[in-house]
Structure formats: structure tokens, C-alpha cells
Design a protein around this ligand. Structure first.
Ligand code: LLP
Length: 430
């Protein structure tokens, strides 16, 4: 039976839908899940992860492309295991992320190691694991990597992360391809840096890398960057430096509300068209998508504690907070909020959805029309990327549990933190 109630639309979530008036993840009712496991609770859909990866796979077809999941977006082991099973590689930014990849049996030969501040132990671990490539971001890092490679007796495969100085038209905190960002090597200095790399022992140049920003809803910045990278690749060839692969980073946006982000197919078709036109059709491509693989595969469930009204505002005070989902306050990011069981017995009002943390910046959503009562469960949408991974313990709040739904079953893939967990490791003076 389908409900006759007019139900909210969830922006980008084909695997989350209403059935008999109750929001489900695949075949699992989210009101029951919230009641049984408590909230705040991150819920992921396995089918949604698979569909997002398939979207890339189909766009790739027979072309030589390796998808390295930008696992900073969601590094839960169950999520990583799904991608490893489907054949993905991983883009890591720390020794900790490498440990997670190895823990799920991910293939190190499909791992690229990004980040501006790699430490010696991280380089050593990655060399010993046999990663595909270090995406190096400075000449100082080249020298350190060369030293570590010599000590370990292993060869480091390297790309230089080049900063092409293009504007990705996204939030300044998540735009990374401009000169004022800390990332990458300025494109004008890249040739010299490659020559240094070629002269250092223990390094083998294999690629050129860039990542221009995140949540890109416009495709043209990719092509602006690509044109500049192809120029660089041609200058490198003249200097006798040839490469095997080109890494264009991550960044494809998702729908949080009404965005229409470019598809992986549009990106890949455009990239290969340009590569072929300039005689580089043989190059292998690496992509590092994070958000577009997981963002709309998850929601954050939270329960209304109190409704509070004053002259200026109505507040729905919920049990999730900025420590659980930092994006709204950090980037003024929009996340849809949908009642798990929409109610007809009270009128909708305009609410700010806020958490219990002692900060005015502790909000999840502003000015949303919702019909609410205490104890209602809400789903904060598009929470699969940069949600749990950015969670913290401010106000001594234990981090949420995580659940993966698979058809009509669910699996707890991370236990809720306990207060004892939070106090462990601390001590007072004798
Ligand atoms: N590769 C590199 C080198 C990156 O720095 C990033 C993201 C990615 C790949 C993956 O990008 P994606 O496909 O997810 O856009 N916390 C912010 C996003 C920070 C992105 C950092 N780098 C947010 O919540 O919007």
C-alpha cells in the first residue's frame, strides 16, 4: 500500500524512500532502526554505494581509468570493504588511512598517497606496502621521500601535484586549485620540480596529478585544468620526462538540494576527447572521487528533544549536533531534513534545527518548514560524505553509531562510543 500523505522528496537519494508513510533505507524502516539502536545514527545503503560506483564503471567502459575512492569522505571499514570488493583503489592522505585500506584487504598497488605533510613513517609504511604512487606536493617532500626510499631500499613512484591556478567556483574552504591554497606546486614551477625529481635517487616519475576542489557543479574548471596539464606533459616530454598516468583528483559534486552536478560520463568523455585531440589518448587516467561515491548513500538520524519558540524563531532541538555533522556550521552547507514519519496532525512551522552543543554555531539546518513534535525522528540527508569522518567529541559527546543497510537487513558497522571510551587515556596528576 502506498501512502496518500504528500511526502517530502529526498534530494539525491534513490535508495531512501517512503513506504507506508515511513522513510526506509532500502527495505529497512528507519523509525524502528532509530528506536532500536538510538540516535544520532548514521545509516548507509549498500545498494547506493554500489550504484554510485557502477555509475563510474559504466562511464569508464573500456577506457584505462582507475577509480581511487577518496576515502577521507567516509573511511568506515564496511564502506571501504565494499569499494575494495568492487575493484576500486583508494586515495589516502595519512598512514592511518593506509592502515584502514590494508585492514579490508584493499590492493596497495591501487593506492595513491596524497597530502601536503607526509611524515617519514607514513612514507615508509606506504613504500613497504607498495603503493601505486605518491602524489608529491613540494620539493621539500621530494627530497624527504628520496631519503626514505634510499633507507628502505625501495623505489617510490611519484607524481607531482600541480596547482593549475583555476577557479573551481566552489566554497573557498574546499577550493584547492588556486594559487593562494597550500596545495600542490605552482604550474610555472612544475618543470623544475620534475627535473629535481628525475635527479633524485630512489624516485621514479610516473604521473602528473591535480585536484582543484570539491563539490564542483560546473565541469569547465576540470577542462581548464586539463588543458594546462597537457601543456605541462608536453613540456616534460621535451625535457625527456615521460609519464604513464594523469590523475585529475576528485571533486564531482552531488545533489544536496537542487544542484545538477556533471556526471562521471560527461567528465570522462570530455577528458578523453581532449587527450585524444592532442595526441595523448594512450595515457592512463586516475580519478579520486570521494563525495560522489558516498554522499547520497547515507543519512544521519536524529531525534527531536524539545521544540522551543521565541519571538524571532522556532527551534527544533535535536540530539545530533555540530560534533556529529560539522558541514553546516563550517561551510554553511545545506543538508535536507526529512521527517522519518511525516505527521499530518500538526501544522508545519519554520524551524531552525539545532543541536545541544553550547555554541550558537551549533545548527544543522535553518529555516525549514517542518511539522514536528517531541520524539520525532528526522533524517539529515546527504550525510554519507564528510559526516562521521569529521565528527568529534566536543562537549564530551560520544560519537554516533554507524549502520549499513543491505536489502531488508542491517549491520552495525561501528558501535556507538561510550563515555568510558571518551575518558580512556586521560589521567590526573598524582
Ligand atoms: N583528492 C584529493 C587530493 C582531495 O583533497 C580530495 C578532497 C578528494 C580527492 C576527494 O574530493 P571529493 O570527490 O570528495 O570532492 N570536508 C569538505 C570537503 C573537503 C575535501 C577535501 N579533499 C566538505 O565537507 O565539503
Amino acid at each position: 500500500m502506498t501512502s496518500t500523505v504528500s511526502l517530502p522528496q529526498l534530494a539525491g537519494h534513490p535508495h531512501f524512500h517512503y513506504q507506508n508513510g515511513v522513510l526506509h533505507a532500502e527495505g529497512v524502516a528507519l523509525d524502528t532502526l532509530a528506536r532500536d539502536l538510538g540516535t544520532p545514527l548514521y545509516v548507509y545503503s549498500r545498494a547506493a554505494l554500489q550504484a554510485a560506483y557502477d555509475n563510474y564503471r559504466q562511464a569508464i567502459g573500456e577506457r584505462p581509468v582507475l577509480v581511487c575512492f577518496g576515502m577521507k569522505a567516509n573511511s568506515n571499514l564496511a564502506v571501504l570493504k565494499e569499494f575494495a570488493r568492487m575493484g576500486a583503489g583508494f586515495d589516502i592522505v595519512s598512514g592511518g588511512e593506509l592502515k584502514r585500506v590494508l585492514a579490508v584487504g584493499g590492493d596497495p598497488a591501487k593506492v595513491v598517497f596524497s597530502g601536503v605533510g607526509k611524515q617519514e613513517w607514513e612514507m615508509r609504511d606506504a613504500l613497504q606496502a607498495g603503493v601505486k604512487c605518491f602524489n608529491v606536493e613540494s620539493t621539500a617532500e621530494l627530497r624527504r621521500l628520496s631519503r626514505v626510499a634510499q633507507v628502505t631500499g625501495l623505489q617510490a613512484r611519484v607524481s607531482l601535484r600541480v596547482n593549475p591556478d583555476v577557479d573551481a567556483h566552489t566554497h573557498p574552504y574546499i577550493s584547492t586549485g588556486l594559487k593562494e591554497n597550500k596545495f600542490g606546486i605552482a604550474i610555472e614551477e612544475a618543470l623544475q620540480a620534475y627535473e629535481l625529481a628525475a635527479s633524485l635517487p630512489g624516485l621514479k616519475i610516473v604521473g602528473v596529478d591535480c585536484h582543484i576542489g570539491s563539490q564542483l557543479t560546473d565541469i569547465s574548471p576540470y577542462f581548464d585544468a586539463l588543458d594546462k596539464l597537457i601543456d605541462l606533459i608536453e613540456r616534460l616530454a621535451q625535457a625527456g620526462i615521460t609519464i604513464e598516468h594523469l590523475d585529475l583528483g576528485g571533486g564531482l559534486g552531488i545533489r544536496y538540494t537542487d544542484e545538477v552536478p556533471p556526471s562521471p560520463k560527461a567528465l570522462l568523455d570530455g577528458v578523453f576527447e581532449r587527450l585524444k585531440a592532442r595526441g595523448h589518448g594512450h595515457l592512463h587516467l586516475v580519478l579520486e572521487p570521494g563525495r560522489s561515491l558516498v554522499g547520497n548513500a547515507g543519512v544521519l538520524l536524529t531525534t527531536v528533544q524539545f521544540l522551543k519558540h521565541n519571538d524571532a524563531r522556532n527551534f527544533a532541538i535535536v540530539d545530533a549536533a555540530m560534533n556529529d555533522l560539522l558541514r553546516p556550521t563550517l561551510y554553511q552547507a545545506y543538508h535536507g531534513v526529512a521527517p522519518v514519519v511525516p505527521r499530518q496532525d500538526c501544522p508545519a512551522q519554520i524551524y531552525d534545527v539545532v543541536g545541544p552543543v553550547c555554541e550558537s554555531g551549533d545548527w544543522l539546518a535553518k529555516e525549514r518548514s517542518l511539522a514536528l513534535a517531541e520524539d520525532d525522528v528526522l533524517a539529515v540527508e546527504s550525510a554519507g560524505a564528510y559526516g562521521m569522518v569529521m565528527a568529534g567529541n566536543y562537549n564530551t559527546r560520544p560519537r554516533a553509531a554507524e549502520v549499513m543497510v543491505d536489502g531488508s537487513r542491517f549491520h552495525i558497522v561501528r558501535q556507538r562510543e561510550t563515555l568510558d571510551d571518551l575518558l580512556r587515556g586521560e589521567s590526573t596528576l598524582p
